[in-house]
Design a protein around this ligand. Structure first.
Ligand code: ADP
Ligand code: ZN
Length: 722
């Protein structure tokens, strides 16, 4: 037999199929060790065939297989090929998406545990060997026991029994199960008519994709769970994608409570061993539901009955490493391959998604009301310019302070949301206006009071706080902006008795970091949760009746065509944390731009109004989804090499441009807005092209670039133009 092998080396020079002689135990999807040049390489078998076009004496044999059952199933092999073709990346890179990283590096061990039981024939035991007799009696009573436990109880007698053949030992694989503490109790609801209608529509429609546009608290989760349960009843499997599983412990508990160990969780916060074991449970069919962030879309399962993408608008569904796949596109391929439904859900669908639903491409299901007709929290817009004029220099308006007091007095919880982190944001010299920047990244530094240092959020570099301006020597150094720490500090002054939790990138490091903070808040271990974007995600805290949004307009000023959409989404999501249970919820939205239409639509929960306005503007300004923004990034440590690579790729792209000029609205090369990040120079070729523009040619041009020390890659509609 002949195995077609892709060697696991991500370089386009070796991105082709190599034939190796193999025996009939080798199957497509297995990893194998093969001779490669003068060394040994790991490879993936993509196909097994009878004969090769190469003469037999030219072929080498594989050394061994690394798996007893294929690591990558047939569907996933085909999918890897499509991904490689679409994003012009070596097959090795696409195939890696389907394996847990620890499997490739071989750093993870399988856990085994030894069990002892009596073997069939019991040789005679001397009546003087009391311990041996006791051990035999113990095993007779218990059937079997972990070997370690027996050793502890009967010490060396155990070994004697094993030696005499009285006791047999068996090694068993132990799969580590993460989040043991999350074993939740089952919570199940009778579906409301709206929920039932949604389930039926999704099951009945001819369309593969359904979009559930349901306000926060409309019970979307229960719909997903019903669909997943139905898939399982048919003997099928399911994939459930969430933006970041560590941010939604309740979601995970709900799943565990309902489906028990049939749920496997895949995410980066797990230990290597746990992650590997969860993946194995899926591959072996022990678990049937893969839950996780975007990479869970590559779960090693077959016979998929349902794929769910919760919070489909979330930016985390776009990969930031090569291949820069879009999770929706991959999920759609899998749904079509399996003939199953793909369900998207959001209170604030991406403009692009909603447009496709409106056009009839997706089934659109609208849930305009919360469960039990609970009202949406009322949003109070506060003009912060007035507060400043009145001499209020704190981050809290008078209205917010009063409402916070009432909320806490009533024994309820509050969330304070702000769009930044650190004590104070940028550091500016008031004498000359100089903003202090990172030497290697060229972005503004942030002051952190707990460590009394300035930090670069892009590379983590630390600098000593300044006493004088490095540009002019002036001494009027001003710390601008408000960070979570300062907000917590001010809150403590205003409400000394309140228990306050802070959640941002600084406090959530480590495994289960988010989870612990959120659990503590959910268990009412605190009264106020202060945090950045992370607190906006889909949490369900029944006692939260007040949400304060500080500087709501902050995110409007990002240099991104989606900043309006992002702001609308953030505000709606964070407002939706308020008043989810009995008591009515309130939201205070503080802004320096109270007339802003995005904020107005958000305060009125008017998604349709927002959409109509936004889509009109996108069309007028020629932004996605009407065109494609395509950026080719060129980054490297050496400025000269980087510039050379830029020149080379730019030349190729220019030829693409010249051949398709009518498809381009914009074509230009420049420094990227942040010139350096982590000591790497960054240049870009920015393009805007029609939807049918020559995207494939752009990928092809970039794939030809093979400089050693310079990275060149394509981004489609990049979410961040820094
Ligand atoms: P969404 O995901 O749309 O924001 P959730 O699924 O979190 O909404 O549901 C909001 C709340 O309503 C949750 O506390 C959930 O337990 C509850 N809930 C969902 N469906 C029902 C139902 N059919 N009957 C009663 N309560 C429900
Ligand atoms: Zn830096």
């Amino acid at each position: 037999m002949i195995a077609e092998v892709i060697v696991d080396i991500a370089h386009s020079d070796v991105d082709k199929i190599f034939d190796y002689v193999c025996d009939n135990t080798v199957k497509a999807g297995m990893r194998v060790a093969v001779p490669f040049g003068r060394s040994t390489a790991t490879g993936f078998v993509v196909r097994v065939k009878e004969t090769s076009v190469y003469p037999a004496d030219k072929l080498r044999a594989i050394y061994r297989t690394e798996d007893d059952i294929p690591a990558i199933n047939a569907e996933c092999l085909a999918l890897a090929e499509k991904i490689s073709a679409r994003y012009r990346c070596p097959m090795a890179l696409s195939l890696r998406l389907f394996l847990p990283a620890e499997m490739r590096t071989g750093k993870v061990s399988r856990n085994f545990r030894e069990y002892a039981r009596l073997s069939g024939d019991l040789p005679p035991i001397s009546p003087r060997a009391k311990a041996q007799l006791a051990c035999v009696a113990y095993l007779e009573e218990h059937g079997e026991a972990p070997l370690a436990e027996l050793r502890e109880k009967f010490s060396s007698a155990v070994n004697a029994l094993i030696k005499s053949g009285a006791v047999a030992v068996e090694k068993r694989r132990m799969l580590r199960v993460p989040y043991k503490s999350a074993e939740g109790e089952e919570e199940r609801h009778v579906l409301t008519p709206a929920q039932r209608g949604a389930v039926e529509t999704i099951q009945r429609t001819e369309k593969t994709v359904s979009l559930i546009h349901g306000v926060t608290g409309s019970g979307k989760t229960e719909i997903y769970l019903t669909l997943i349960a139905a898939a399982l009843r048919e003997g099928k499997t399911a994939i459930f994608l969430v933006p970041e599983i560590s941010l939604t412990p309740q979601m995970f508990m709900k799943l565990r409570g309902r489906f028990g160990s049939e749920v496997a969780i895949l995410h980066s916060g797990l230990s290597a061993g746990e992650r590997f074991d969860e993946w194995e449970r899926l591959r072996l069919g022990e678990a049937k539901i893969a839950v996780g962030a975007r990479s869970a879309v590559f779960a090693p399962i077959e016979n998929i009955g349902c794929i769910v993408i919760d919070e489909e608008h979330d930016g985390s569904y776009c990969s930031e490493a090569s291949p820069r796949y879009n999770t929706f596109d991959v999920a759609l391929l899998r749904a079509k391959h399996n003939g199953c439904k793909l369900v998207l859900g959001s209170a604030t669908p991406a403009v692009d998604t909603y447009r496709r639903a409106m056009s009839g491409e997706f089934e659109l299901i609208t849930l305009p009301d919360r469960i039990n007709a609970r009202p949406m929290p009322k949003v109070d817009i506060v003009d912060m310019r007035r507060e400043v004029r009145r001499g209020n220099a704190t981050p809290f308006s008078i209205a917010l302070r009063e409402k916070l007091k009432a909320c806490l007095d009533g024994g309820n919880q509050a969330i304070i949301f702000l769009n930044r982190r650190g004590y104070a944001q940028t550091v500016m010299c008031r004498d000359c206006g100089n903003v202090v920047k990172c030497k290697s990244c060229d972005v503004a530094l942030t002051y952190h009071s707990d460590e009394d240092c300035l930090k670069c959020h892009y590379c983590g570099a630390r600098y000593r706080p300044l006493s004088a301006c490095p540009a002019c020597g002036g001494t009027h150094i001003h710390y601008m902006g408000t960070g979570t720490q300062r907000v917590v500090g001010e809150l403590k002054k205003l409400f000394p008795a309140a228990r306050i939790l802070r959640m941002d990138v600084d406090t959530t490091s480590g495994k289960e970091g988010h989870y612990k903070i959120l659990k503590q808040f959910a268990d009412r271990g605190a009264d106020i949760l202060v945090g950045t974007q992370m607190v906006a995600k889909g949490h369900d805290f029944p006692s939260v009746t007040l949400v304060g949004i500080l500087d709501a307009d902050m995110s409007l000023h990002f240099p991104d065509y989606r900043s309006g959409e992002r702001t609308f989404q953030l505000i709606t999501q964070v407002a939706g944390r308020s008043g989810r249970a009995g008591a009515e919820g309130e939201v205070v939205l503080q802004t320096y731009d109270p007339e802003n239409y995005i904020l107005r639509f958000a305060a009125d929960y008017d998604y349709r109004g927002f959409y109509a306005h936004e889509i009109g503007m996108r069309e007028a300004m020629m932004f996605p989804p009407f065109v494609k923004v395509v950026r080719v990034m060129v980054t490297g440590e050496d400025e000269r090499e980087t510039l050379e690579a830029l020149r080379s790729v730019y030349g190729k792209l220019q030829r693409v441009y010249a051949a398709h000029e009518e498809d381009f609205l914009f074509f230009n090369r420049m420094h990227s807005p942040i010139k350096r990040i982590q000591n790497k120079f960054r240049y870009q070729v920015l393009m805007r092209m029609t939807q049918n523009g020559p995207l494939r040619e752009v990928y092809a041009a970039v794939a030809e670039e093979r400089q050693k020390n310079v990275l060149v890659y394509v981004e489609e509609n990049p979410s961040n133009l820094s």
